[in-house]
Design a protein around this ligand. Structure first.
Ligand code: RAM
Length: 359
């Protein structure tokens, strides 16, 4: 049976029985079939950089959370790129950033719908693996963007910036703001989030340097990329640590909620806040003196690169192996170790430049 017929047969089975069961039975990929630690690209054949860019493909975007403005911008970037390349876009995804089983179901849905590629921002590094391997064994190209899985569960990861740079620079920004002295806390997203956890590991490495000997990380709180929970967690941090000098929130939802809390409290201008936010969310808190500097990349450019990478994979121009190069728009990218493709450097926003950005 040709692969496309198998995929069709699998889809038919999936409509009449439990999706999870049908998908498992159809693909037959088990954990032991796939070499862990190495990318599955070995199975993807050889790259042909001169292969024509295919048109008429369908690429499914599966963000961590659909109602998060950061992902709305990112996925719009993906949609625009696909339109330009003559392919189709669709988006599915959970509304909560802690709905890991929901994300698994959406991967299975995209597999069942026989998309050509999917771009996924993982809520949890390991939870999606079986479903993503299933998708790949059905010939679907998988890119992660924003938040990775383990390397064997996707063909490539589109990283927003160097994780190490992001983690270290957030500490550098905050330490400068508090004069290298005092208690600090982190307000993160979901406890399982690959991207935030990687950045936090680098924040801790930076904090271990001698110049931060008087800076003490007292707590990592989790607001789950939910505005209300993030607001309450900020309030809780200040109640528990009344001498807190600063907060790093490496999530657009968290930093906005923390800024909202601080700006309406007696801590405004006294407790420093930095992290990752969108200029549009943070503009008013920069203008009213709650926040002096924070950073981010352009989410739309991340989505654009995810879409173009998905199409390059589906066209056979790349397989995701280290050293392969491809063109995305007018820029050439080289795939790094473990199939990682890096968008570039983030921008630091402050009162002097924030009005030049609109996202
Ligand atoms: C939130 C999400 C996303 C992260 C940004 C900075 O929107 O947690 O994964 O990259 O913040």
């Amino acid at each position: 049976m040709r692969k496309s017929s198998i995929r069709r047969a699998c889809a038919a089975v999936a409509t009449v029985s439990s999706l999870a069961l049908a998908v498992t039975a159809c693909g037959g990929t088990t954990k032991s079939d796939v070499k862990s630690g190495s990318s599955s690209n070995a199975a993807a054949g050889t790259a042909d950089p001169n292969a024509a860019t295919k048109k008429g493909l369908t690429v499914g975007f599966l963000p961590k959370q659909v109602n998060n403005p950061y992902f709305t911008s990112a996925d719009k970037g993906g949609e625009a790129a696909l339109k330009e390349l003559g392919s189709s876009y669709k988006e599915v995804g959970p509304s909560s950033a802690t709905d890991t089983s929901g994300q698994v179901s959406y991967v299975n849905t995209l597999t069942q719908q026989q998309v050509d590629a999917m771009a996924v921002s993982a809520q949890d590094p390991g939870a999606l693996c079986t479903a993503l391997k299933q998708a790949m064994s059905n010939g679907i190209k998988v890119v992660t963007y924003d938040s990775d899985t383990t390397a064997d569960c996707r063909n490539a990861f589109i990283s927003q910036a160097s994780a190490e740079d992001l983690g270290r620079t957030e500490v550098q920004l905050l330490a400068k703001q508090i004069g290298y002295k005092g208690q600090i806390a982190i307000l993160s997203a979901a406890q399982t989030a690959t991207n935030q956890n990687t950045w936090i590991d680098y924040m801790k490495k930076e904090l271990a340097l001698p110049k931060y000997k008087d800076v003490k990380l007292v707590k990592v709180a989790y607001g789950n990329d939910d505005a209300q929970q993030s607001f309450q967690q900020t309030q809780g941090l200040l109640q528990e640590y009344p001498n807190l000098k600063g907060i790093i929130s490496p999530t657009t939802v968290g930093i906005k909620a923390a800024a909202q809390y601080l700006s309406g409290s007696k801590y405004k201008g006294k407790v420093e806040l930095t992290g990752l936010g969108t200029p549009n969310d943070m503009r008013k808190y920069v203008k009213n003196g709650t926040v002096s500097a924070f950073e981010l990349w352009d989410p739309a450019k991340l989505g654009d690169l995810a879409a173009r990478t998905a199409v390059a994979l589906a066209s056979g121009q790349i397989t995701g192996k280290e050293g392969e190069t491809f063109k995305a728009g007018s820029t050439s990218y080289t795939i790094g170790k473990d199939g990682v493709i890096s968008l570039g450097k983030p921008t630091v926003f402050n009162a002097s430049n924030i009005d030049s950005f609109n996202f």
